[in-house]
Write a protein that binds this ligand. Structure first.
Ligand code: PMV
Length: 324
C-alpha cells in the first residue's frame, strides 16, 4: 500500500489578474490535505474510489474528464507505461471542494505521488515534476489555469508567482513577521472554470477597464511583497482589503463573501478578501495573533454558511504563515 498527500492553498494576493500575467502571492494550507492510497488489487482492472466525489468505478468505465481517472491515464502516458497492474486507488480530502482552496490540484498531486511511488517511479517525483503533471490535469478541468495552484500545492511553500513563457517565474521571498490568517467558508460552492471564463468574457468586452483592474492588482501584489518583506503587517492587511475591492469590480465577489469580509473587518481584522476564484468559496482575514497562542488555534476554517468563529466548529483547521 502506498499513501501520499498534498495540501490545500490560499491565494493571498492577485487571483484572476495572475491569469493575465500579473504577479500573485499564494501559500500552502498544510492543515487541510488530500490523501491518495494505492493498493494492489486481487480483482482485475483499476478501481477508483473517491467518497467525497461520490466515485466508485473501474477506470475503464470512467468519463474522460473524471478527476481521478484523468490523472491515472495522464500518468500512464507521461511515464510511457504500456500496462498498469490491477489496483485500487482511494482518494479522500479534507479540503472543501469548489471552495477556492485548491482541492482539485491537491487531489491530483496526491494521486500522482502515490501512484508514481507505487509503480516504482519515485525517482520522477521532484516538486517540479509533480507541479508540471498537476498543471496538465488542471488544464483539463479549468481551461486556462495560471499555474499558481499546482505550483504552491506541489512545492508546499509560499510563492511569488508570475505566469510567463517559456516558464513561469516562481520566487521565494523573505518574511519579516509571521502572518496569521483566518479562513472562513461561505458554504457556497463555485466553479473556477465558470468564474475564470466569465472574467475572460468581460475582459474581452471591456479590455481597457479590465486591463486597468488587473494592473491595479499587480501593483497591490508588488506593494504587498515589500510590506511582507518589511514586516509591515498593517499594510499587508490594508492591501488585502484593497485587493478585495478590485475583485468586486471584476464581479467575482458575492454577498456571502462581502458579508464575511465586513464581519472580519468589524471584528478587528487588519484586512480581508476573498481567496481563489470567488462567487463563493472562502474568505481570508489577516488577524493579530496573541502572544504564546498556537498558530492553529488562532486561525480557523469555519465550515458552513456565514459566520466567523475563532473557535471553529467541526472540521476546523487554520493557517499561520511563518514564511522563510
Ligand atoms: O479557485 P481556485 O482555488 O482554483 O483558484 C483559482 C485562481 C485563479 O486565479 C482565479 C485562476 C488561476 O488559474 O490562477
Amino acid at each position: 500500500m502506498t499513501t501520499a498527500t498534498a495540501p490545500g492553498k490560499i491565494i493571498l494576493f492577485g487571483e484572476h489578474a495572475v491569469v493575465y500575467g500579473q504577479p500573485a502571492i499564494a501559500a500552502p494550507l498544510s492543515q487541510v490535505r488530500a490523501t491518495a492510497v494505492v493498493e494492489n488489487s486481487p480483482a482485475p482492472g483499476i478501481r477508483l474510489i473517491a467518497p467525497d466525489l461520490g466515485t466508485d468505478m473501474l477506470l475503464d468505465h470512467a468519463a474522460p474528464d473524471d478527476a481521478v481517472a484523468a490523472v491515472v491515464r495522464h500518468l500512464q502516458a507521461a511515464a510511457s507505461l504500456t500496462q498498469l497492474p490491477d489496483l485500487t486507488i482511494t482518494v479522500s480530502s479534507q479540503i472543501p471542494i469548489a471552495g477556492g482552496l485548491g482541492s482539485g490540484a491537491a487531489i491530483t498531486a496526491a494521486v500522482i505521488r502515490a501512484l508514481a511511488a507505487h509503480l516504482g517511479l519515485a525517482h520522477l517525483l521532484s516538486a517540479a515534476w509533480v507541479s508540471d503533471q498537476t498543471y496538465e490535469i488542471e488544464k483539463i478541468h479549468h481551461g486556462t489555469p495560471s499555474g499558481i495552484d499546482n505550483t504552491v500545492v506541489a512545492y508546499e511553500r509560499p510563492v511569488y508567482f508570475v505566469r510567463q513563457q517559456p516558464c513561469n517565474r516562481v520566487e521565494p521571498f523573505a518574511v519579516a513577521r509571521p502572518l496569521r490568517l483566518l479562513v472562513a467558508d461561505t458554504g457556497v460552492s463555485s466553479s473556477t472554470k465558470i468564474v475564470v471564463g466569465d472574467v475572460r468574457r468581460q475582459w474581452q468586452a471591456n479590455p481597457t477597464v479590465f486591463d486597468a483592474i488587473f494592473a491595479g492588482c499587480g501593483r497591490i501584489v508588488a506593494a504587498a511583497r515589500q510590506a511582507v518583506e518589511a514586516g509591515d503587517v498593517e499594510k499587508v492587511g490594508r492591501l488585502m482589503t484593497e485587493n478585495h475591492t478590485l475583485l468586486q469590480q471584476m464581479t467575482v465577489s458575492c454577498a456571502e463573501l462581502d458579508d464575511l469580509v465586513a464581519a472580519a473587518l468589524a471584528a478587528g481584522a487588519l484586512g480581508a478578501k476573498l481567496s481563489g476564484a470567488g462567487r463563493g468559496g472562502n474568505m481570508i482575514a489577516l488577524v493579530e495573533g496573541e502572544e504564546g497562542e498556537t498558530a492553529v488555534s488562532a486561525s480557523t476554517i469555519v465550515p458552513g454558511k456565514g459566520g466567523i468563529s475563532s473557535q471553529g466548529t467541526n472540521g476546523t483547521a487554520g493557517v499561520s504563515l511563518n514564511w522563510h
